[in-house]
Design a binder for this molecule. Sequence first.
Ligand code: SAM
Ligand code: SF4
Length: 331
Amino acid sequence: MTQQKLQDGLGRRIEYLRISVTDRCDFRCVYCMAEDMTFLPRQQILSLEEIERLARLFVAQGVRKIRLTGGEPLVRRGVVDLCGRISALPGLHELVMTTNGSQLTKLARPLAEAGVKRLNISLDSLNPERFRSITRTGELQQVLDGIDAAREAGFERVKLNTVVLKGRNHDEVQALAAYVLERGLDITFIEEMPLGEVGRDRGEAYCSSDEVRAVLAEQYRLIESAENSGGPARYLRVDGYPDSRIGFISPHSHNFCDTCNRVRLTTEGRLLLCLGHENALDMRALVRRYPDRDEPVRDALERALQYKPARHEFSVGGDVQVLRFMNATGG
Ligand code: SAM
Ligand code: SF4
């Protein structure tokens, strides 16, 4: 089967699909969820079979990389088998996952065996009380054990994701860097994005990537790197630590839209063309209306891509601009 090439209205090639496999999670991170979340009823979310069908369709259309995320992807029953089926799709270069790490002591190896190539694991603090206060329910040791299990399971790379918040964890930037450098892992420091009303003024906690970088430069000799994962992260190398990379995702201070190659499928099957806009295609309605025919689904997809916005328009503080929570969107 020859692979097609999906392209948006501005000529950007769409090769990367992020799929939120559940909106549920065992954590309630302060920047991601409200404390009392209501989750979607079962019939509103894509079934595992529908996710697999859409993944197959996207890969046939030229998508090369799929990331499963959520919510917490590992709390959805059957997700390891789903990984096995998606990773086997002809034409897909890599299947990767973002997880909070809480289930990895038991699932790291099955995931690697199911063909997941790389893992991103979220870790915002190395202090158990702080970790609890940021995640509201999380157990630090469980996640640290999960990271160790992932290191032993045979993934090509393991990367940590840290959302840096003033007054919560910005003073741990050096300690988190030391943790990854000693273990040959990567880390990406992320600026908080204004997604969903979580009951705080986000401007208050904003910490720019440039500030994080300046703090790291006090401790390490940082080397500019031209490496690019095709995504929004910019990377640095650290003198003396050839196995690690330090990345920054800076939606506020550095715009990355020109080279955007990605779209997102929400838990409900809405295809979001840009994280910062509401333009979406209801793919759940399409797969349910056409259970045996891919053609109308594919045609609608190609048409929708012509409306992928040129850029997001996030700004610091002020109003919440996108009334969607990260967990249903797929961070
Ligand atoms: N539960 C998994 C996890 O935490 O890694 C996967 C889903 S989570 C929504 C994906 C990533 O989005 C995490 O690294 C999380 O820290 C990040 N995230 C969540 N809300 C965010 C926000 N408002 N701004 C920036 N990053 C956010
Ligand atoms: Fe759960 Fe991940 Fe959101 Fe934290 S960031 S509440 S772990 S989905």
